[in-house]
Design a protein around this ligand. Structure first.
Ligand code: ZN
Ligand code: ZN
Length: 258
């Protein structure tokens, strides 16, 4: 069984917990650690878990809303930390005390009951990776922090039954919003963040390849609303807005079965 929940999602911090169970074996992966360590530990404790119950951490890229407390958490519980060589280089002298595991585009990582495959995405970071994971039966994709969806991304997400999908901004809200022009250009550009419309288009393409459940994530607090993200995805997928999950900045979302 494969299940997942966001512990918080947005520019103020991201963390997603993925849990695979096979027989007596349970494997837990934390994707990104962009929350303060106290908040993260509180979120885990609410699930009856501590850092020691995790098996690994995966850091998608070096932006602070994703790295956060990764080092402190990893060292405290002696957890392996997976990230690309570029992400590690961008963090500069972040020493992980032998816990660093270098992740590469397209190279599967076996974590026990969970197998993870990272893939490269277009985003303004050194070597950002997003990922899909499987318990051997179903596949979950995690896709945030990218400026546009390309063939490489779609190829990696084909066959995912569930997807955590960036719906960063509504294009009109971004254009008419308070950001200075250079920031609008960065966020809306090919190496920035995914608009609702682009996310909806990707979801529709992936629906034809088995996608059944979408969680909108990494919503901008200034340039988007949960209702706009939900409406864009529901229209593209031909489902009700109530069928679309939205991960909130502070609470994330509840457990979902992939
Ligand atoms: Zn981010
Ligand atoms: Zn980023």
């Amino acid at each position: 069984m494969l299940r997942f929940r966001s512990l918080g999602s947005g520019s103020s911090g991201n963390a997603t917990l993925v849990e695979a169970t096979s027989g007596l074996l349970t494997t837990r992966l934390l994707i990104d650690c962009g929350l303060g360590i106290r908040r993260l530990e509180r979120s885990l404790a609410a699930e009856g878990l501590s850092a020691g119950d995790l098996d690994a951490v995966f850091i998608t890229h070096e932006h602070s809303d994703h790295v956060g407390c990764a080092r402190a958490l990893a060292l405290r519980a002696r957890l392996p930390v997976h990230m690309s060589a570029g992400t590690h280089a961008a963090l500069r002298e972040r020493d992980f005390d032998g816990l660093l595991r270098v992740a590469r585009d397209g190279e599967a990582i076996d974590l026990g009951a969970l197998q993870v495959t990272p893939f490269a995405v277009p985003h303004d970071a050194r070597e950002p990776l997003q990922l899909h994971c499987t318990d051997g039966a179903v596949r979950l994709g995690v896709l945030t922090d990218l400026g546009h969806v390309n063939e490489h991304v779609l190829a990696h997400l084909a066959g995912c039954r569930s997807l955590v999908l960036e719906c960063n901004h509504d294009e009109e809200m971004l254009a008419g919003g308070p950001y200075p022009w250079f920031l609008k250009r960065r966020v809306g550009g090919d190496w920035g963040h995914l608009a609702n419309s682009a996310a909806a288009q990707a979801a529709r393409t992936l629906q034809a390849q088995g996608l059944q459940q979408v969680v909108a994530a990494h919503l901008s607090e200034r340039n988007n609303t949960p209702d706009l993200a939900r409406a864009a995805l529901a229209e593209a997928l031909g489902c009700g807005q109530e069928d679309i999950h939205v991960a909130s900045a502070t609470l994330g979302c509840g457990w979902l079965t992939a």
